[in-house]
Design a binder for this molecule. Structure first.
Ligand code: FES
Length: 66
């Protein structure tokens, strides 16, 4: 599904950027071009980030506290 009409960026491209490390709209914009024009797609981009951002594992969380 096309998320950013201005730059013809689809949801799969945004999901791939998020799973590759993009964790903000600015970062997704840099990687894909989404939200780089009118900005109307920003809330959709943000929702994909929230839904697909890699979660910190329990083990990683514990190691971070040492
Ligand atoms: S729809 Fe994404 S910048 Fe316009």
């Amino acid at each position: 599904m096309v998320i950013c009409i201005c730059n013809n960026v689809n949801s799969d491209t945004i999901k791939h950027a998020v799973t590759s490390g993009a964790n903000s709209v600015d970062h997704v914009r840099d990687m894909t071009g989404a939200a780089g024009c009118c900005g109307k797609c920003q809330f959709k981009v943000n929702r994909i980030i929230q839904e697909h951002e890699p979660q910190e594992t329990q083990e990683t969380a514990c190691l971070g506290q040492l």
